[in-house]
Write a protein that binds this ligand. Structure first.
Ligand code: ASP
Length: 326
């Protein structure tokens, strides 16, 4: 579904992950919890934009709201690695100057998007990982969190099931091969894109990665142009889905490229990237994208994607299932 608005002074969209999210597997209570958190995230970002703050401020704070909820796979509620830990990735990009900050495989950072922003603003680097990223965090006054803070029962159950399926089949299974499609298991990464009153664009994405990941696997989220990209000339994009495929299709940059080099409008570029690029190599997922007119697109090729958008003069809108857009 695409939200074409006329020129608005500012706008924001958020996602809380795409995947096998089906209405028949969801309770009304759970549905309400997701909707409320998405709305809360939109409102935080929207108010900042309304008061004249930057798109960067808006996307980071909107992401914080979802990182602080166990519903999503970022911050508290991050999925488990094969070893029973949590390794998180995050990235933020400023479309006005192509500045980027990203972190990968951090284990003790409560809000990884804040650390990504710190890397962007206070380091000469773009991407820091693991212990080094945490040393940089401490050096800049950020406190480290106990790993138990990130633990949740439902994510532990997902890991236990994933390991049991591997044992059953006697081989390493990952991603679609090891997601229980009969449940609401999904990717669950969170992200936000915004346009501020100056017309600047920004994108932010934060994730625990994928359940049962091993060997310090890093996904698409902190890889610039894959899970996250922003450029005032075209669009800001945050993606979710099976990271290996998102990286191989350089998904977020692909939306920018289709707009810039092929002249496609935002909605068509976003849809083409998801259907004809990600889909063509067997990837599942979705993205949210915004251009400098505040137009928004939210395509996905999975049964559902937690998503929302908000523009001045309208109530926040949220969707979970494909049918929500019909
Ligand atoms: N894209 C993320 C990853 O592969 C997963 C997600 O979207 O939830 O790490």
């Amino acid at each position: 579904m695409d939200h074409a608005t006329t020129h608005v002074p500012f706008a924001i969209a958020v996602h809380g992950g795409a995947g096998a999210i089906r209405k028949e597997k969801m309770t009304p209570e759970k549905e309400t919890q997701y909707q409320e958190r998405l709305v809360a995230s939109l409102q935080v970002g929207f108010e900042l934009l309304d008061s004249g703050r930057s798109a960067i401020d808006a996307v980071c704070k909107a992401v914080n709201v979802m990182e602080d909820s166990p519903l999503f796979n970022a911050g508290i509620g991050a999925v488990y690695t094969h070893d029973g830990g949590h390794e998180q990735d995050a990235c933020v990009m400023d479309g006005s100057n192509l500045a980027v900050g990203a972190v990968a495989g951090v284990r003790h950072i409560r809000n990884p998007i804040d650390l990504a922003r710190l890397v962007m603003q206070d380091s000469p680097h773009v991407l820091l990982c693991g212990d080094g990223a945490e040393q940089f965090a401490v050096l800049h006054g950020m406190s480290l969190e106990e790993t138990s803070y990130f633990d949740t029962k439902h994510r532990r159950t997902q890991l236990d099931k994933a390991i049991a399926r591997e044992e059953e089949q006697g081989k390493v299974l990952f991603g679609d091969g090891n997601l229980d499609h009969s449940s609401d298991e999904k990717y669950g990464t969170v992200g936000a894109v915004a346009m501020d009153r100056e017309g600047n664009l920004a994108a932010a994405t934060s994730t625990g990665g994928m359940t049962n990941k091993r060997w310090m696997r890093i996904g698409d989220t902190p890889v610039i142009g894959a899970g996250t990209y922003a450029n005032n000339q075209s669009c800001a994009v945050s993606a979710t889905g099976h990271g290996e495929f998102i990286m191989r299709s350089v998904l977020a940059f692909e939306v920018h490229a289709l707009m810039t080099y092929k002249g496609l409008p935002l909605a068509e570029a976003a849809r083409t990237a998801v259907n004809d690029r990600l889909g063509a190599i067997g990837g599942t997922g979705g993205l949210i994208a915004i251009n400098s007119r505040g137009q928004i697109a939210l395509p996905f090729n999975t049964p559902g994607m937690y998503r929302g958008w908000m523009v001045p003069g309208c109530e926040p809108s949220v969707g979970i299932y494909r049918e929500d857009d019909e």
